[in-house]
Write a protein that binds this ligand. Structure first.
Ligand SMILES: [Zn+2]
Length: 205
């Protein structure tokens, strides 16, 4: 969202409540959208936990202290079809408010296991967005922008710092306890290591 702002846009924020086990990230999204001045912040509920199949929506344990070399397999924190559902909602929302682009923070580098974070997937969705919308058919296709897709985690943090992102407002952990990051899931490990490599302390801890 900070990058979208930096591009001179007036961003609308979309948070999806998809049946995730904890709502820390939803609370964080409210803080971040307010701080970055979203024109509007929309919350949409989709009960993906009715389908299940993920440690983020089911009673499957979130893996802890995994070796980074093993983070290349598709992990149990993968949520079946999540990004397709979320981008579809964003596409509808974008068309309603007349947005020219959707910004999605997917990343293919740190999480190479997630099929719906890859450039091929985004390119396919871009084709869909052109064919599936009135805007696209009328020659004003909504662009899917993924500025983080090829950056490493330290590069992402650096980019945010340049744009004035307050990381104390953010949340990445898959399995927080009492609102605090666990420090041991894949998301925590990658984030902690990235801050460390920049010689910084994670301000959200
Ligand atoms: Zn964690």
């Amino acid at each position: 969202m900070a990058i979208a702002r930096g591009d001179g846009t007036e961003p609308y924020a979309l948070t999806v409540l998809y049946g995730q086990r904890h709502l820390e990230e939803v609370e964080a999204s409210k803080r971040v959208a307010a701080q970055l001045g979203a024109v509007e912040h929309k919350f949409v509920r989709v009960e993906l936990d009715a389908i299940g199949g993920s440690a983020l929506t089911d009673a499957i344990e979130v893996p802890k202290d995994r070796d980074e070399s093993k983070m290349t397999d598709i992990p149990v924190t993968y949520v079946p079809a999540r990004n397709t559902v979320m981008l579809s909602l964003a596409l509808g929302y974008a068309e309603v408010v007349g947005a020219e682009a959707i910004y999605a923070g997917v990343n293919a580098v740190d999480y190479s296991g997630y099929p719906d974070c890859r450039p091929e997937y985004i390119a396919a969705f871009q084709t869909l967005a052109r064919l599936a919308t009135k805007a696209g058919v009328e020659g004003r296709p909504i662009e899917i922008r993924t500025p983080l897709i090829q950056l490493t985690k330290p590069q992402i943090i650096q980019r945010g710092l340049e744009l004035g992102v307050d990381y104390a407002l953010t949340h990445s952990c898959y399995d927080p306890a009492d609102g605090r990051p666990c420090g041991h899931c894949d998301a925590c490990l990658i984030r902690l290591k990235a801050f460390e490599s920049l010689g910084m302390k994670d301000p959200a801890l």
